[in-house]
Write a protein that binds this ligand. Structure first.
Ligand SMILES: Cc1cc2nc3c(=O)[nH]c(=O)nc-3n(C[C@H](O)[C@H](O)[C@H](O)COP(=O)(O)OP(=O)(O)OC[C@H]3O[C@@H](n4cnc5c(N)ncnc54)[C@H](O)[C@@H]3O)c2cc1C
Length: 361
């Protein structure tokens, strides 16, 4: 019997993890990517992301968001070990912990941690050697982990190649028209691509791709900018303060970000944000003053109201599935989100209740 052929549209973290899950279930898989998979020009958001495997201030989000991030985070240690063993690529997975600095709702944070069995410890920020101008009462979350998105993407690409996933790069699909059933999809250069089923994982571009169909996706690009340092002395843990975070890498680099900008599909960087991020970074770590900014980049997140992705069948077109709109937490959510969409596609019982992620007409 020939294998089911599934075509995935978009080769960011969500598309690549969906491909991995489909391969594990015995499918034949093709990824269509308008740029290049696992390169800075593609995975527009995935390559650019910070890689904290945890939501910032999770008590501010719905249970549906937290269920997905929590389930997903639990897969990461094993996933990154498997990628390292089978491909030789390390994802720089590290349990570096997360230090939350004021101002935030300390009571709500502790209640949430208790309810969700996330270990926490009220701490003095000064004990960690960081500056905290809004108060010294912080919260330490020692179990929070990070990965390095470009490394993870390279490992995933290699794994998918080893498992014969076809990669149609520099190939862009045209916006889809409404129909009862999908058997073929046109590219912008006039080719017709056929498969048994299709999964849209096109991040911030998903709305445009499906806007002529009945799927009412509320997704728009939300730009985030990040700075990169290599300080003489680095932080030992990830730090969050008032919407801003810093992530120390295993090899001595330090990320400082990010922004939430509603500027359409402009993925440029700006001088004013560079200055704003530099000041925020130096507020937490005064010793960064005078350290050069090595790199400054941006990515376009697939922004959605309340950070709720759409995962499931298209409401009217048979053979078409959606796994998109993960906004600020797509790196965190991708493994569980891939398992959920593939369970829905194969009619098996999903581990997570899919109802909150269903697509509306
Ligand atoms: C600055 C920043 C920091 C972040 N930090 C974190 C973090 O710490 N933790 C976390 O969990 N998340 C983080 N994120 C969010 C995370 O990066 C995203 O949620 C995630 O990458 C979304 O993945 P995706 O695969 O859906 O989208 P993308 O990575 O954008 O991939 C979509 C792909 O689809 C392709 N595509 C689009 N249209 C078409 C078409 N018509 N035909 C073919 N291909 C197409 C695009 O080229 C793109 O490669 C961050 C994001 C940014 C920008």
């Amino acid at each position: 019997m020939s294998k089911q052929h599934t075509m995935i549209i978009g080769g960011g973290i969500v598309g690549c993890m969906t491909a991995m899950e489909l391969i594990n279930r015995g499918h034949r898989v093709t990824i269509v990517e308008r740029n290049q998979i696992a390169s800075q020009t593609s995975g527009e958001s995935s390559w650019a992301g910070g890689g904290i495997i945890f939501p910032l201030l999770p008590w501010m989000y719905s249970e549906a968001v937290n269920t997905l991030t929590h389930n997903s985070a639990s897969f990461y240690r094993e996933l990154t070990q498997r990628l390292a063993q089978e491909t030789g690529f390390s994802s720089d997975f590290a349990q570096s912990g997360f230090l939350l600095l004021p101002k935030f709702d300390l009571n709500a944070a502790q209640d949430w941690c208790k309810r969700n069995q996330v270990s926490f410890q009220p701490v003095k920020a000064s004990a960690f050697g960081v500056a905290s101008p809004s108060g010294d009462d912080g919260l330490w979350l020692p179990s929070v982990c990070q990965i390095r998105p470009p490394y993870l993407m390279q490992g995933l690409r290699k794994w998918l190649e080893q498992h014969n996933v076809a990669m149609l790069e520099h190939t862009q699909l045209k916006p889809l028209e409404e129909s009862d059933e999908l058997k073929a999809w046109q590219t912008t250069s006039g080719e017709t691509l056929r498969a048994d089923q299709f999964v849209v994982t096109s991040g911030a571009w998903s709305f445009d791709l499906l806007k002529e169909t009945s799927a009412k996706l509320n997704i728009k690009p939300m730009r985030g900018q990040i700075l990169l340092y290599k300080p003489a002395k680095n932080l030992e843990q990830m730090v969050y303060r008032e919407g801003f975070y810093m992530i120390p890498r295993l090899d001595g680099y330090l990320l400082a970000g990010s922004t939430l900008e509603d500027v359409g599909f402009d993925n440029g960087v700006t001088e004013d944000v560079r200055e704003e991020l530099r000041i925020k970074a130096e507020t937490i770590m005064p010793e960064l003053k005078g350290e050069p900014i090595i790199k400054h980049w941006s990515g376009l997140r697939p922004g959605t109201p309340e950070n709720l992705p759409t995962i499931g069948a298209h409401p009217t077109i048979k053979n078409l599935f959606l796994n998109t709109g993960h906004f600020r937490y797509g790196l965190t959510m991708a493994p569980a989100s891939a398992k959920l969409v593939v369970a829905i596609m194969s009619g098996t019982l999903p581990a997570i209740d899919p109802t909150p992620y269903a697509c509306a007409y």
